[in-house]
Design a protein around this ligand. Sequence first.
Ligand SMILES: Cc1cc2nc3c(=O)[nH]c(=O)nc-3n(C[C@H](O)[C@H](O)[C@H](O)COP(=O)(O)OP(=O)(O)OC[C@H]3O[C@@H](n4cnc5c(N)ncnc54)[C@H](O)[C@@H]3O)c2cc1C
Length: 382
Amino acid sequence: MPIAPSGSVDVVVVGAGISGLLAAYRAASEGLEVIVLEARDRVGGRCHSMEAGGVHVDLGAAWHWEEHKRVPRILEEFSLERFRQHEPGVAIYEPQRDRPVQKFEWPDVPPPSWRVAGGAQAIANAIAAELPDAVLHLGSRVRSVDREGGEADTGAVVVSGEQEDHSFMVRADICLCAVPPRLVAHTIDFGPDLPVSIRSALRRTPTWMSHSLKAGVVYERPFWREDGLSGRIRSFAGPIGDWHDATPPSSMGDHDGASGAGALFGFGPPGAVSGVDAATVRTAIIEQLTHCFGPDAADPVAVDTHDWTADSFTTPEQGSACQGQHPEPVPELASSYWNGQLHFIAAETAQDHPGFLDGAIEAAERWDRDGGYDAVRFGQAI
Ligand SMILES: Cc1cc2nc3c(=O)[nH]c(=O)nc-3n(C[C@H](O)[C@H](O)[C@H](O)COP(=O)(O)OP(=O)(O)OC[C@H]3O[C@@H](n4cnc5c(N)ncnc54)[C@H](O)[C@@H]3O)c2cc1C
């Protein structure tokens, strides 16, 4: 949707992942005028689910664990359901393609995890559906965030960027930047320049799971379960190193799984499929699963992959220096700047469970906890 050239709102949110959407929803619920600017043509960011055969398979975030208390709260708020990750059964070890696979009991660790019915992207879709009309602008890539009047002033924040065939500019009292810190450091300019401490914190904070590749496969039924297999595969032959059962329970009424379809998702080394056409990737994946599970695996309904390292809306080109480390809480990322007018709220800025879905929720709700819009209006920003 085109943005009015002289658009001016209370709050502008950059990024429509879980953190940006939730912050926008909370601000809009307080009666504030909000705009969300999202570079991709979809919501959800790193929550990205493929759909085939009536099931949704997560190619991005999938699980939450018992210690992630915010996720079930949000699922309840937006009337979503969750289910246990399917674990029972025997796992498969594939040391090499030209050797037989081995079966083994997977040890009972880590503790059981939960998945979201309809895939993790359902959280983003559900929040986006509750936003007032004209709040969400897809295909809107932000390039710079400036403060009118510079350092000393309390003028508006001006957010500029590009839509498909034109540039835009939005003026707002407050900017909530819900883009992963490392991507911010490499792709968004700030004027006046940010203090060295926050610039360095943005640059050094790894984006959780950005250095990963995920594959999803859907079958007409979860045939491996009939052989007492859990769907878990540990492979050194590849292309996917770790497979998990991604079948939703068919007992979930009109939710995923009612069709009886079976699904798997797995993690591979980033770059394993880069530059390779989709048909070749599909063949390599089917070959692997047929070697592990037998001929039943030869004819999937759908195969898809997503290499997050090659996705410029998650990983900057220079991003390879931060391979795979999990972010730690960074206090500079949880502070506000420009007298409370600029906040960084992506999952990596959370002080509790940074990088996780739970962290995205914590970070999105931090701004409100710290006084929200009133803290700026009445000059109480911290
Ligand atoms: C493969 C994978 C597996 C994962 N598994 C798990 C898991 O099992 N459990 C878990 O808790 N977490 C997991 N995560 C992490 C989880 O996905 C994130 O914690 C969460 O989705 C972050 O949400 P966010 O809104 O903070 O950021 P993001 O989802 O990254 O959203 C940022 C948004 O900003 C947009 N954007 C970027 N640049 C711009 C710009 N210049 N202008 C406008 N918009 C822009 C992006 O397109 C994106 O929509 C996984 C991540 C990946 C990639």
